[in-house]
Ligand binder design. Structure first.
Ligand SMILES: C[S@@+](CC[C@H](N)C(=O)[O-])C[C@H]1O[C@@H](n2cnc3c(N)ncnc32)[C@H](O)[C@@H]1O
Length: 195
């Protein structure tokens, strides 16, 4: 099915100048954005209230999501790097979207308040770790970028044990890496138990 294409957010400030130590959008970020663009209609249909990107770096992925979903959602963007939080704020301004940067380890300072409330959860981790599946709302979607060396099948199995069903939604070879975006939702049984 064809869908409108959404512009790539502006991010020329990322990875240079005062944001030199902030992750500059790369193939993994672009694959992530492509996966969200492919799911644009579904994401809009979800009418998310809370979107959370863990490790937002430049903020370009959340800026893209915000341009697809619209201004009715809250976009929380965590990062351990305070410069990434500033860069995310700058990306928001440059792209006329509202993103809320939070400096924290993974989701630590948000976890108690966000359990079961996150409708769209985004993560492109620098190492194998997944944020708590308890964050996801009953209708929520969790997108996770992996490389082959992260053993995506093992991640799918482990998250399955935690009540999430999912699999690859988009894959691409970039240089010598095989990148995949995995997409998860709550399994019906875990939905019933959570509500
Ligand atoms: C590979 S970059 C991805 C950036 C962005 N999500 C993207 O796709 O372009 C990973 C980001 O996670 C951040 N990060 C690393 N460890 C973290 C942690 N424990 N908690 C929060 N953020 C972390 C890094 O500072 C970096 O900005």
């Amino acid at each position: 099915m064809s869908h409108p294409s959404y512009p790539m957010p502006l991010y020329a400030h990322a990875g240079r100048g005062r944001f030199e130590d902030v992750y500059e959008p790369a193939e993994d970020s672009f694959l992530f954005i492509d996966a969200l663009e492919r799911d644009a209609e579904e994401l809009q249909g979800l009418s998310p209230s809370v979107c959370l990107e863990v490790g937002s770096g430049s903020g370009v992925v959340s800026a893209f999501l915000a341009s697809v979903v619209g201004s009715s959602a809250l976009y929380l963007c965590t990062d351990v790097n305070s410069l990434a939080a500033s860069c995310t704020a700058t990306t928001a301004t440059c792209n006329d979207v509202a993103l809320q940067p939070v400096i924290t380890d993974l989701v630590q300072c948000l976890l108690p308040r966000l359990c079961g409330k996150v409708d769209v959860l985004l993560f492109n981790p620098p190492y194998v770790v997944t944020p708590s599946e308890e964050l996801l709302s009953n209708q929520g979607l969790f997108y996770l970028v992996t490389i082959v060396e992260n053993f995506p099948e093992e991640i799918i199995r482990l998250l399955g044990e935690g009540g999430l069903t999912g699999g690859p939604c988009l894959s691409r070879r970039a240089h010598n890496e095989r990148l995949s975006v995995l997409r998860f939702h709550r399994t019906p049984l875990s939905r019933a138990l959570a509500s």
